[in-house]
Design a binder for this molecule. Structure first.
Ligand code: NDP
Length: 435
């Protein structure tokens, strides 16, 4: 704690893991006394760098770039890049730490990392985005590589940004390699990668509901966010017969009591991805919906909640509202969207609760599949990738049961995900010695 005193998000993520993993270490001689967790919380390498670029008015802008290379015990560092003004060391270290466990859970050979910049893409022209991405990669390139560290997208980094980043990497490295994932389909991307995080979050919710002989079909579902993860979570819920009631962005949320159907979701995708508009503009097209400014959607009664926007967007009072309104299942699409107090409220109420490192692992798992396809110089079909994604989400669910089922039969997915993720990385670290 003393070493990371100004890093509240990082400490929060570590605390959540330590609460379940430390008792496990104490009970297991092979891990006890080896300071494994202490080693895991210290990044293997942290890089920060200056990113200078020229805006459309000719003014020189300066941003800060980062890459946290957290743990490479089981494979090359792997994890997204986030462009958002809130980006700092604490946020990226929490994301990188979570990524280590998540990547381990996928069963694919990927270590954990995360990076990004405090650059704010909102309101920037396409040319400004391109100049920034090129400037960012002109330094990042020397720290990454398809066998070393393979970044992907995250908040503020989608297909457009990955394209510009890849273009610069290819130029200065003089090679076409799978150094980034989330690439376009015609230049090395994998089918289903854009959909994978959202789809996976819903597959995981379905797996959880199946343990109660229940399913998504016919459920009222509240979703936060309206970016990549939220859009495809909504698409999958609709496909599986659920009713999507809300979507949001950082300005507020929309509530459509008739349900956001395929046609309405198409409008949202165009609004957010092409027009780069705000979610309140939904009402221009569908005036029966309601817009609530400055709030999150957790007071809307629902059966299933999918937080898909950002960290700490669901606080303990929100958890209580959801529980009071009869919510039975929460599957996190975002990283650490629930505060630790909110998680405790869900666990105490013994509802189905999946932490992001398990339920949103479908994105990075499909990135892993993209890396495999790049190495093979081969493309799997949409059906093949979706099938593998479903299998991986099912395997993660099984691992959570193996390590998280309690004596009364309740499945504590937080405990299950943390311990299952820990074991594989810890075993590799022990085998490789003190390095
Ligand atoms: P996008 O940038 O596509 O969308 C982010 C969404 O969250 C937007 O609706 C955005 O609203 C909203 N949001 C961002 N910051 C805030 C904030 N401070 N308060 C309220 N709302 C906010 O990102 P993604 O959909 O890719 O990522 C969403 C979450 O999922 C993140 O936690 C990310 O780490 C996680 N994740 C993403 C993966 C992926 O494959 N993309 C993989 C695994 C996890 P606005 O437009 O107003 O900013």
């Amino acid at each position: 704690k003393q070493r990371n005193v100004n890093e509240p998000e990082f400490l929060q993520a570590v605390e959540e893991v330590a609460e379940t993993v430390l008792p496990y270490i104490v009970k297991n001689d092979i891990y006890y006394g080896k300071n494994i967790l202490l080693r895991m919380v210290e990044p293997e390498r942290v890089v920060t760098f200056r990113v200078c670029w020229v805006d459309d008015t000719g003014e020189i802008q300066v941003n800060r770039g980062y890459r946290i290379q957290m743990n490479s015990a089981i494979g090359p560092y792997k994890g997204g890049l986030r462009f958002h003004p809130s980006v700092n060391m604490s946020i990226l270290k929490f994301l990188a730490f979570e990524q280590v466990f998540k990547n381990s859970l996928t069963t694919l050979p990927m270590g954990g990392g995360k990076g990004g910049s405090d650059f704010d893409p909102k309101g920037k022209s396409d040319n400004e985005i391109m100049r920034f991405c090129h400037a960012f990669m002109s330094e990042l390139f020397r720290h990454i590589g398809h066998n070393t560290d393979v970044p992907a997208g995250d908040i503020g980094v989608g297909a457009r940004e990955i394209g510009y980043l890849f273009g610069m990497y290819k130029k200065i490295s003089n090679g076409f390699t799978g150094v980034l994932t989330g690439k376009g389909l015609s230049w090395g991307g994998s089918k289903i990668r854009p959909e994978a995080t959202g789809y996976g979050t819903v597959y995981f919710a379905e797996n959880m509901l199946n343990t109660k002989n229940d399913s998504i079909k016919g459920k009222n579902v509240v979703i936060s966010g309206s970016g990549n993860v939220a859009q495809y979570a909504a698409e999958k819920v609709i496909q599986m017969g659920g009713k999507v009631l809300t979507l949001s962005d950082s300005s507020g949320y929309i509530y459509d009591s008739d349900g956001i159907n395929t046609e309405k979701l198409k409008f949202v995708m165009h609004l957010k991805n092409e027009k780069r508009g705000r979610i309140k503009e939904y009402l221009n097209e569908y005036p029966n919906a309601k817009y609530t400014k400055g709030e999150t959607p957790w007071k809307v009664p629902c059966d299933v909640a999918l937080p898909c926007a950002t960290q700490n967007e669901l606080k303990v009072d929100d958890a209580k509202s959801l529980l009071n309104n009869g919510c039975i299942c929460v599957s996190e699409g975002a990283n650490m969207p629930s505060t630790n107090d909110a998680i405790k409220a869900f666990l105490n109420a013994k509802i189905l609760f999946a932490p992001g490192k398990a339920s949103n692992a479908g994105g990075v798992a499909t990135s892993g599949l993209e890396m495999t396809q790049n190495s093979l110089r081969f493309n799997w079909t949409r059906e093949e990738v979706d099938k593998k994604l479903k299998e991986i989400m099912g395997n993660i669910h099984d691992s959570c049961i193996e390590y998280g089922q309690e004596e009364d039969g309740y499945i504590n997915y937080v405990k299950g995900a943390n311990i299952a993720g820990f074991v594989k990385v810890a075993d590799a670290m022990l085998a490789q010695g003190v390095v």
